[in-house]
Design a protein. Structure first.
Length: 295
C-alpha cells in the first residue's frame, strides 16, 4: 500500500472515530430525536470532519439533555440541516450499495447510474425520512404521502451533484471505482460533501417558502377565555356557514402545490443535467484485477 492509500485509510479511520463520538454525544447534549442518530452517524462516516462541523453548528446543543426546544424547531437553518443530513445519508447509502452490486454483476454504466438513483431514492425517502416522520403523521403511509413530493426534490438536488462529482473523480483518480478499494470511499466522501453543499441552500429555500410541510411546526394558541360547553366556538360556526368561496387554507395549499410542482420540474432538469454530464465524462475503465488482494 502506497503512502497515498495509507493517508486515505487514516482519513477513513478518523471519520469512523468521529461517528463514534457523535453517537456518544447525541444522547447527552443534542435535541435530535433517536431516529436521527443513524443519519448523523452515517453522514459523519461519509464526510468526516465536514460532518462533524455540520453537527457542531446545526445540531449539537449547548446544554446537556436539552429537550426539543422552540429555538431548535423555529430555526430554518437547523431544519434545513436535519433534512439535508437525512437525504444525503440515504442517497449515499443507496449509491454505495448500488456500486457494490454493479461491481459484482458487472453492470453497464447506464444501468449502474439508474440503480444508484433507485436505491438512493428508496433509502432516503422510504427509510430515513419515512421512518423519521411516521410519528409526526401518525402512520408510515401518511408520512410517505406527505413527504414524497418535497423529498423527491431534495434527492434530485443531491444526486445532480453527486453523479458528476463521482464520474470526474473516477477519471482522474485511478482505481477508485471499486467499493473494495480505499480510494472509492475517499471519492464517495468528496461526492457526498459536494452533494450536501449544493443541496443545502436549495433545501433551505424550500423550507423558508414552506414547501416542506413536514418541517412546519405550528404552536397551538391557548384560549384566554374558554368557551362554555353549551356554546360553539366561532371557528366551528364559521365552518358550518354555507359559502362557495375557497377558504384561505385551500388557497394556501393550492399555491404551495403549484410551487412544489415548479420546484420538482426544476430538480429533474438539474438531475438530467448532472446525469448527462456524468455519463459524458465517465471513462471506459479497465477491469480491475483483484487477485493480488485475495492471494
Amino acid at each position: 500500500m502506497n503512502p497515498g492509500d495509507l493517508f486515505l485509510l487514516f482519513w477513513l479511520l478518523i471519520s469512523i472515530l468521529i461517528a463514534v463520538w457523535v453517537y456518544q454525544d447525541l444522547g447527552k447534549r443534542s435535541p435530535t430525536l433517536n431516529l436521527m442518530k443513524p443519519a448523523w452517524i452515517l453522514i459523519c462516516i461519509y464526510t468526516g470532519l465536514f460532518g462533524l462541523l455540520i453537527y457542531e453548528l446545526t445540531c449539537r446543543s449547548t446544554k446537556p439533555l436539552i429537550p426539543h426546544s422552540t429555538r431548535y424547531s423555529a430555526s430554518s437553518y437547523r431544519k434545513a440541516s436535519s433534512s439535508t443530513v437525512q437525504s444525503t445519508a440515504g442517497a449515499a447509502t443507496g449509491i454505495i450499495i448500488a456500486a457494490s452490486l454493479s461491481s459484482i454483476l458487472n453492470l453497464p454504466t447506464m444501468i449502474e447510474y439508474l440503480l444508484e438513483y433507485l436505491l438512493a431514492y428508496i433509502f432516503a425517502i422510504f427509510v430515513f425520512h419515512g421512518l423519521y416522520h411516521a410519528n409526526t403523521y401518525y402512520s408510515y403511509p401518511n408520512a410517505i404521502k406527505e413527504i414524497i413530493l418535497p423529498e423527491t426534490i431534495s434527492i434530485n438536488f443531491i444526486l445532480a451533484a453527486i453523479f458528476p462529482t463521482n464520474a470526474l473523480c473516477f477519471q482522474y483518480i485511478p482505481m477508485a471505482d471499486h467499493p473494495t478499494l480505499i480510494r472509492f470511499w475517499f471519492v464517495m466522501q468528496l461526492a457526498t460533501i459536494v452533494g450536501f453543499g449544493i443541496a443545502y441552500p436549495l433545501i433551505h429555500w424550500l423550507i423558508l417558502n414552506n414547501l416542506k410541510p413536514c418541517y412546519i411546526i405550528i404552536q397551538p394558541k391557548r384560549n384566554a377565555y374558554p368557551t362554555p360547553k353549551h356554546m360553539k366556538p366561532i371557528k366551528e360556526i364559521a365552518s358550518n356557514s354555507k359559502t362557495n368561496d375557497p377558504t384561505p387554507e385551500a388557497i394556501y395549499k393550492s399555491k404551495i402545490k403549484t410551487q412544489l410542482i415548479i420546484a420538482l420540474l426544476l430538480s429533474f432538469l438539474l438531475l438530467a443535467a448532472g446525469f448527462t454530464l456524468a455519463i459524458y465524462i465517465t471513462p471506459i475503465l479497465p477491469h480491475i484485477d483483484l487477485s493480488h488482494f485475495i492471494y
